[in-house]
Ligand binder design. Sequence first.
Ligand code: SGN
Ligand code: CA
Length: 551
Amino acid sequence: MIYQTGDAYPTKKVLGAKTYFMKKQFAFLCTLLLVCSNLIQAQKSSNKPPNIIVIFSDDHTQQTISAYGKSLMQTPNIDRIAKEGMIAKNTFVTNSICAPSRAVLLTGKYNHINGLKDNGPRRFFDGNQQQVQKLLKQKEYQTAWIGKWHLQTLPSGFDFFRILPDQGQYFQPNFINMPNDTTSYKGYTTNLITEFSTSWLDKRDTSKPFFLVVGEKATHRNWMPDVEDLGAFDNIDFPYPANFNDTYNGREAARLQDMTVDKTMVLQDDLKINVNWDKVGPGMFARLDPTQKAAYKKYYTEISKQYDALKNDSAALLKFKFERYLKDYLATAKSLDRGIGKLLDYLAAHQLDENTVVIYASDQGFYMGEHGWFDKRFMYEESLRTPFVMRYPGHIKPGTQLQEMIVNIDFAPTILNIAGIQTPSDMQGKSFLPLVTKTTPAAKKSFAATWRKSMYYHYYEYPQPHHVAPHFGVRTTRYKLIRFYGPHNNLELFDLQKDPTEMNNLINDSSYASIITELKKELKDLMEHYQDFEALTTWKTTETTIQEMPK
Ligand code: SGN
Ligand code: CA
């Protein structure tokens, strides 16, 4: 007899007692197996580590992100990540420049260890070394890097990459596709990077978790806004920061840099003023298609007229230049923030938002006119800091604010921790997850007690492109000691509580003598701890020319 689905289960009478009980036992066993397999399945999926997206922008600084408080513009989508998760208020980089910062993100190590100290001719990143994506891949993650990469050697350990060559272009950019083919794509870079990211997500293997780095080009020089954002900030007057007219008194390296809005910023290439749009050469503007070029021509011709009208007023011209810089920079940040919103919407629309960690950070901070500058490099606050916000649903309480000092060497260990992977012993950073995930206040307090109280910095690239002398230094919660070397041989000390904009070098102030001694010792200890022996030698051999080395 064949029983069809839906038929009543045969009775004891129909089957006979023995067969009836055997069948009953069999059915019970089947049910048990099914329950067990469901439980294992459920266990498996709850054990499946979360997906991780790192949105990593270029030169996007905290002064322009509203989640950080006083901001030059609103960034609703970056703020959304912070609101749904956490914001790290004191995030610093080890070396404020692009390629080295990316190398730190990948390796969790200082540049003297990962080998990439600057953007220049020495810019060779050894892709054979241990990297975060390779460790994630061992844990079944699918890995991808899409967008700006800037490490000269091609990515390794990623299942997929589509990267901008070198700095990349804002319009009709070339991308390098795997294994090594360059193709030009029509459109605006930020939009393309977003589209490529979501289409990679569409095609991914859904049985595995993913690790995706979205490498944004914005907000890098020469700040070419998307056509729809031209003029987005024109109704706003931006005042100078209080120290715009810095005379660099007592700060030799600051005096000798070449990165002022006044002298270094180029009227045509940077500010698009008085460009001959009908005859643009092979530079950035040549990438605009006819419609985009017409929009640029229309908009910037009007701006040029306003500039020309100020011709005999040098103070007004400088203010105009400064404001134009901010307006173009912020307009590129506007499309960046919009793209982030699209990524977040994509996650929600595909039911991925609950199981995806989203991190937003930049490779370093930037000057928005502070000290009269654009660019980065210096260990001063604006470029030493970088934004860092992260959402991790179910684990980080919405609205969490982290005050402890985190450094970009901590990014890789934290990402690994999220994936359930222990930090390899040779990584120099530490996961800060226990500082922000849900735990008892006591546990958090005891972990925080072990957390770093100072950070170490080392910048190398000199002289080009901006004549910033190499330097290393230490920052504590209150003080900063910087040692310039190479073309300079001097020390700077700042009391950040009394002088947050770093205008008064206190190195010769005798009332700070004991603090200087302590900071020198701390700096030396950090160099030893992070094994920066070259810096230690520089410190030792030349220190006597400035002040006594600590014993
Ligand atoms: C280019 C820029 C510099 C900038 C470096 C490094 N000049 O050389 O102003 O400091 O990149 O930037 S430009 O005229 O070519 O725009 S980084 O973010 O990649 O480190
Ligand atoms: Ca950068």
